[in-house]
Each structure stands twice: as C-alpha cells, then as structure tokens.
Design a protein around this ligand. Sequence first.
Ligand SMILES: Nc1ncnc2c1ncn2[C@@H]1O[C@H](COP(=O)(O)OP(=O)(O)OP(=O)(O)O)[C@@H](O)[C@H]1O
Length: 247
Amino acid sequence: MPVERKSSVILDQVALRLGSADFHFDGRIAEGAITAIAGPSGSGKSTLLALIAGFEQPDEGRVLIGGEDVSGLAPANRPVSLVFQDNNLFAHLDLFTNVGLGIDPAFRLTPADRQAVSQALTRVGLGGYEKRLPATLSGGERQRAAFARALVRRKPVMLLDEPFAALDPGLRSAMADLLLDLHRESGQTIVIVSHDPQEVERLASDVLFLEKGRILLAASCADFSRRRDIASVVEFLGTPGSGQVCT
Ligand SMILES: Nc1ncnc2c1ncn2[C@@H]1O[C@H](COP(=O)(O)OP(=O)(O)OP(=O)(O)O)[C@@H](O)[C@H]1O
C-alpha cells in the first residue's frame, strides 16, 4: 500500500463564486513537495493560489495549512510567502527595504536579518541593487526582487504564480535551479503555477491540473506527463516525444 504523504495544504470542499466564474476545489497538496498548478487560461490557477494565500475567502468549505483551519485568517497571518505575477513591490522603497519587509513588516531587522536580505538579493542576481527603486528595474529584475522577498520569509509554504514568466530563457533556467536548491535546503512546501510543461516537469513532483474552476486531475508529475486520454492535458503537454522528462 502506498504510504500517504502528509498534506500541508488541504482544500476541503472549497466553493467560491466571482462574478460569473464558479470554483469548486477539493484536494490536497503534499507537505514538502513541489506541486505545480497547471491548466488552461482561465481555469482558476491564480484563484486557487489566492484562496490558499487568503486574498479570496471561500463561500463554502475550508482551507487548512499544516492541519490548521486558516479560512478566517488574513493573508499576513497565514504561514505562506508569495511571489505573484504583479510583484507588489512598494514603489517608494528601495530594494533592500522591500525585501527586508518580507522578514518584518515593521522593518525591525537584526544584523542577521540584514545579512539574510543581502544574501537573498545576491542569490537572485541582484547584489549591489540594494538602493535601487523598483521603477528603475526591468520587469524581470522586479520579479527576482519579489522572489528574494519570499526567500527571506522562510514560511512553511511558498506560493508562486508564474514567477519566472517575464525572464528570458537563461535567467528562467537559473531561477528554476535556485528554486530547486532552496527546496533542497528548506524542505518547504512549494506551489507553483506554470504554463510551461518543461518547467512543470523540471520542478514539480506533483501536479494539480485545473479545468473550468475544478481540479480535473491530481497526479504525480510522471503520471501526469504520460496522460494522453484527457484532451486539455494533451494540449498542455504538447506533442508526445517532445523530450519532456520529470525529474
Ligand atoms: N474578481 C473576479 N470577478 C469576476 N471574475 C473573476 C474574478 N477573478 C477571476 N475571475 C474569472 O475567473 C476565471 C479564472 O481566473 P484565474 O485568474 O484564476 O485563471 P487562471 O487559470 O489563473 O488564468 P491565466 O492562466 O489566464 O492566468 C477567469 O475567467 C476570470 O475572468
């Protein structure tokens, strides 16, 4: 019998209506794994992340993280760090401060915290950018700064919504390596929305595939990448034999 892995995030019969869009999520995300959220445009990937992060509250059902019902908690009080598409840096604050706020929203930083901020900026390739304002950075640099801010938070769950989409292929690959290194070091639960089958297969051990506001398929990456019986999955993966391999 397969050993059941501990679930870090549980969506327990979560229902939500936004305008004319209807969502119903019932599923689990394994603790300490990298889980990719994939699916067609408009299938509800960002909404699923927003429900876990607390930016959306379920109309029905519960969200549990590490066994605790977090349904009523504000985003800041949930054990998650976030890297979203719009990277939400404070425009009037320099990068050092933006990243430091990830550790303490009141910016009371110990010397060790300050060192962690500098190290995170260096790890994402932004060493020396401490005094720069977000407006002076490229979109990709802003995205990397947002990633650095998530790195220093060291929360049990990291949520990433297409974090590397704005980067060119070389940097994208370097950031994927960094995410894998971080995961090996921290054992965090990582949930990443991706449109890129190669990125999914490179990073994730598990996949939740969404369609029309539902979890259509929950599978290991290896099983997911072999599925040829679901049209939307086939469309996402592309043609068979395109060299995609789960790690
Ligand atoms: N606040 C809202 N009010 C009304 N409709 C919404 C709202 N937020 C999301 N939607 C709709 O819900 C659906 C799912 O949106 P969502 O952003 O979660 O999809 P997605 O899978 O992340 O899409 P994409 O891959 O294009 O980013 C879309 O049709 C969107 O228009």
